[in-house]
Design a protein around this ligand. Structure first.
Ligand SMILES: *Cc1c(COP(=O)(O)O)cnc(C)c1O
Length: 372
């Protein structure tokens, strides 16, 4: 059976007619970018949805990360995780900051707060953790360490749109939180991103920096960049807000169905929802353990040949890529948990329009290849 290809994710888009209304208006007004009315409206509505005070929209998440580091004038060394998408560490590199990798927790995919302290040197200025798969980091412990050592905390929340912890938006924590609205993320504006800040003055400086550093027609406050979100992205964002809750509900249903069907399969481990967390079900990670009949990579290949384009997020680790592999903290012994998990991880397809029969089929195959 060679049917259609099922990817790990697929963007959800609003009805085209709804977007056409916005396009017609943009054509009429000829206001395409630079803080247009849709940009302003989306910023406001997004802050409301997320339950935060200050949102600054960006062209994409990577530029938002790079700018976040610039805004706080982060230099020297920054403690971060190797278990993420490369953009996390690239944002440090683009700021001439030395990444210091710290291992992840054995039972989560996030940076291990217990191992942060011993990685701090006189050059350390900040911590850049990632809420991987939208699973919240140990926010309290990280903040405690940051307070003791006078470090800034910037969260890469590219996976964590809409996630809440004990009723609070995950974007409330740390000095700054960065979001991505890339096509593969839970909430998309084609490409896009944002920085969440907690202080009006900081928000102002973020907005200067994403527009070449301009603070008025004749004043440049800092060498900035062009990282502005355009009106088309903002218009899509406004529409997407109408559908996001429904989409997350559909994702939750899929996650629960996977759990029901994967239950009891030898060598396959999956994860339950965490207490006090409103999840966004951005990914459905499983671990292919040693007692599964074939290797993770074999399973990956076989699922692919059946049309299921599952992904090994995150393999290889960022610390294994050539720009970073010779850093002292990239040593495999320093990153044992991350290394092990990266060899077992597989992300199964999850997106609102994924059909039940497709979920059933992928689980059937996982069972089929487990026969000795
Ligand atoms: C997607 C992603 C980014 C980059 O966001 P873009 O909008 O694609 O630039 C950064 N960090 C993580 C963890 C991501 O998954």
């Amino acid at each position: 059976m060679k049917s259609k290809k099922i990817y790990v994710t697929r963007p959800s888009l609003p009805p085209l007619e709804e977007f056409l209304n916005y396009l017609e208006d943009i054509w009429e007004t000829k206001w395409l970018t630079n803080n247009g009315k849709y940009h302003r409206e989306f910023e406001e509505k997004l802050a409301e949805y997320l339950g935060v005070n200050f949102v600054s929209l960006f062209a994409n998440g990577t530029l938002a990360l790079i700018t976040a580091l610039q805004v706080l004038k982060i230099t020297g060394e920054v403690i971060t995780t190797p278990y993420s998408f490369v953009a996390t560490t690239h944002s440090l590199f683009w700021n001439s900051i030395k990444p210091v990798f710290v291992d992840i927790e054995e039972n989560s995919f996030n940076i291990d707060p217990e191992k942060i302290e011993s990685a701090i040197t006189p050059k350390t200025t900040a911590i850049l953790p990632v809420h991987v798969y939208g699973y919240p980091c140990n926010i309290e412990k990280i903040q405690e360490i940051a307070d003791i050592y006078g470090l800034k905390v910037i969260y890469d929340a590219a996976h964590a749109f809409g996630v809440k912890v004990k009723g609070h938006s995950i974007a409330e924590f740390g000095d700054l939180t960065v979001l991505s609205f890339h096509a593969t993320k839970v909430f998309t504006t084609f490409e896009g991103g944002a920085i969440i800040s907690h202080d009006e003055k900081i928000k102002k400086r973020i907005d200067f920096l994403k527009n070449f550093g301009f603070a008025g027609e004749t004043k440049v406050v800092q060498p900035g960049i062009n990282a502005k979100m355009n009106e088309f992205q903002a218009a899509l964002g406004l529409l997407q807000l109408k559908y996001i809750e429904d989409n997350i509900k559909k994702r939750k249903k899929i996650a629960n169905l996977y759990r029901k069907k994967l239950k009891g399969i030898r060598g396959i481990k999956y994860f339950e929802d965490k207490k006090d967390v409103k999840h966004n079900y951005s990914y459905f990670p499983i671990l292919v353990e040693e007692d599964y009949s074939i290797s993770r990579d074999e399973l990956y290949e076989r699922l692919k040949s059946n049309g299921f384009y599952v992904r090994r997020y995150f393999y290889p680790l960022i610390s294994e890529f050539s720009p970073y592999k010779s850093l002292p903290t990239s040593d495999r012994d320093n990153l044992k948990n991350a290394y092990e998990i990266s060899r077992k991880i597989l992300c199964l397809p999850i997106y609102p329009e994924l059909e039940e029969k497709e979920i059933e089929r992928v689980v059937e195959l996982i069972i089929l290849y487990n026969k000795r």
